[in-house]
Write a protein that binds this ligand. Structure first.
Ligand code: GN1
Ligand code: MG
Length: 359
């Protein structure tokens, strides 16, 4: 371990001395490391301040939410050890500020697998069940106590405005090479208020949502294959169930990686859409409304369009938000999202038919 990491690691109240540290390269925002201690393994993360403006408030959210879930697990005879993240204190606080003013947090490592992609419908059903259960466990959480980590995170209409502003400013001179993508998004401008309008009218109830429902945010038990624990909780905020459904579909039901460059390989897998819906809807069967059910396919399309806008906005602004690994990476990611949107439009009646069995 280097001296500065040693200092950060030693700031946390781990149960035994730290022996080594290794980087986890997954995730576009925070930096994550595994810390192996004599008797236990932990995860430490540097919270990206540019994205998460108030780390102490974030940590209050995370501790509140995970304590709530743990209490539910204890009451229901669930897996208290592995069913919710257990954050580790640094003195008084659940964070440590290093010499550079960076915020760090730590939690106990939970052994299991985080799948980067789902290869089988059965696995994706389990991911859907895990995210559905997560929403259930938080259905009685006091929404008013949640700090809104990133205001308007999934406000697609606001994301559209930000996209137009980035096109107008064009600070990197990249708009010209993205003319087709810009036109594609502009043609769907009206659709961007679908979910915000539904929330405003009450058609879609306000819930505590995860908001970043990629399959790699569920830890799967190696032996049983069942979802153990939902992670990556920074964006737990008030929102619509459609955010969690839609984001999961846009990522997990895609036939290809988020940055696949051969667009012929990118389409939405109806059988995976069906598989996720099965797990998610079943675990939410007591609370999901008819309006929400009916809107699932459209929710998936809107969240995918939104992600395309976010990647393109970042590309136009010079790649300051999403970590990139090569030039044009955010434009490549944009293209896969827009290809998925087009394919969802083509398969609209198929997807609508798949959810119809539930209402
Ligand atoms: C970011 O860091 P990661 O990969 O879990 C992003 C999500 C995007 C996702 C796209 C806080 O999540 O909203 O959907 O990248 N998280 C934040 O892959 O912006
Ligand atoms: Mg993540």
């Amino acid at each position: 371990m280097m001296n500065n990491t040693k200092k950060i690691v030693s700031a946390f109240d781990f149960s035994s001395p730290a022996l080594s540290i290794s980087e986890c390269k997954i995730g576009h925002i925070n930096s994550t490391y595994f810390v192996d201690c004599a008797h236990d393994r932990y995860v430490i993360q540097k919270i990206k301040k540019e994205v998460f403006k108030d780390p102490p408030a974030i940590m209050a959210n995370l501790v509140g939410v995970t304590d709530h879930i743990r209490a539910k697990l204890a009451a229901d005879g669930g897996d208290v050890q592995n069913g919710a993240l257990q954050f580790v204190k640094s003195g008084e606080h659940y964070y440590h500020i290093d010499d550079n003013g960076e915020y760090w947090r730590a939690y106990r490592f939970i052994d299991g697998i985080c799948y980067e992609s789902c290869d089988t419908p059965a696995l994706f059903t389990r991911v859907g069940t895990a995210f559905g259960n997560f929403q259930n466990q938080l259905s009685d959480y006091d929404i008013s106590t949640l700090y809104e980590a990133i205001p308007n995170f999934h406000n697609t209409a606001k994301r559209y405005e930000a996209f137009e502003a980035a096109v107008a400013a064009d600070i990197c001179g990249r708009a010209k090479e993205c003319a087709a993508e810009i036109a594609f998004i502009r043609a769907r401008r009206k659709d961007c208020s679908f979910i915000v309008d539904g929330l405003a009218s009450g058609a879609f109830p306000l819930r505590v949502t995860h908001n970043d429902t990629k399959p790699n945010n569920v830890i799967i038990d190696k032996k049983t294959g069942v979802g153990l624990c939902v992670i990556d909780l920074d964006t737990v905020m008030p929102g619509s169930l459609l955010y969690d459904f839609g984001d999961a579909i846009r990522f997990g039901a895609s036939s290809a990686r988020e940055d696949e460059t051969d667009l012929d390989k990118v389409y939405v897998r109806a059988e995976m859409f069906d598989a996720y819906t099965k797990g998610f809807v079943k675990s939410l069967s007591d609370s999901i409304t008819k309006e929400e059910l009916r809107a699932l396919p459209e929710g998936a399309r809107i969240l995918t369009l939104e992600q395309g806008m976010r990647f393109l906005t970042d590309h136009l602004q010079g790649d300051t938000y999403f970590r990139i690994h090569r030039e044009g990476h955010n434009l490549e990611r944009t293209r896969t999202q827009l290809k998925l949107v087009a394919d969802m439009e083509k398969k609209h009646s198929v997807l609508q038919g798949l959810v119809a069995q539930y209402y």
